[in-house]
Design a protein. Structure first.
Length: 197
């Protein structure tokens, strides 16, 4: 996972009134758990938005008034209408304790099926994984070069050392579907192969 630093300020009191005051001051109320005690703090809205509205998943080095902790975002509460961040739950990372996190899927290569006119369909943009913080990659890279029309890559075919994928093993991550015009291209290719044989 990529690492980013974030500074926080301790919150003297908690509750709806306090959370509203924090938001009005241009900050976001947060809580850190997993350390034995819950730590309430706030972070600047602009700093938090850079992390949340990014395609990447980060390991966050939190600095709360001089106290440093490594954490990941465990849960986000968004405003139902404005789509702004209302509250963030952080989970403290412990080197020997597995964590569950959603990591992005990146596709590489040019699919044979797409070059023949097929349509690439990426069902999952992120996959849920479980592993020790040191083993979790920044993203899952899938090479789609060999995918022909009708082919797919399923969760069960993906292997990441030291990491367990939590999505259903038969779930399709990416596939190449038949598209108009693709049939003709495929038929011509087959006819050509038969003629050469």
């Amino acid at each position: 996972m990529k690492t980013v630093q974030l500074s926080g300020s301790p919150r003297a009191s908690v509750g709806k009134k306090d959370a509203k005051a924090v938001r009005n001051a241009g900050a976001i109320p947060c809580v850190l758990y997993g350390t034995g005690e819950q730590i309430y703090f706030s972070v600047r809205k602009v700093d938090m938005e850079k992390i949340v509205f990014s395609p990447d998943v980060y390991q966050i080095e939190l600095d709360i008034d001089g106290t440093k902790k490594n954490a990941i975002i465990q849960e986000l509460q968004m405003h139902p209408v404005k789509d702004t961040i209302e509250h963030v739950d952080f989970l403290a990372l412990v080197d020997d304790k597995p964590v569950k996190v959603d990591i992005p899927v990146k596709l590489t290569g040019r699919s044979k099926g797409v070059l023949s006119g097929g349509r690439l369909q990426q069902v999952f943009r992120r996959l849920r994984v479980e592993g020790l913080p040191k083993d979790i990659p920044a993203f899952i890279e899938l090479d789609i070069t060999k995918l022909n029309i009708g082919n797919a890559i399923r969760v069960g075919q993906i292997e990441i050392p030291g990491v367990k994928l939590l999505n259903a093993s038969n779930a399709v991550v990416v596939s190449v579907k038949m598209a108009r015009g693709a049939v003709k291209a495929n038929d011509e290719e087959e006819e050509k192969e038969e003629a050469e044989a």
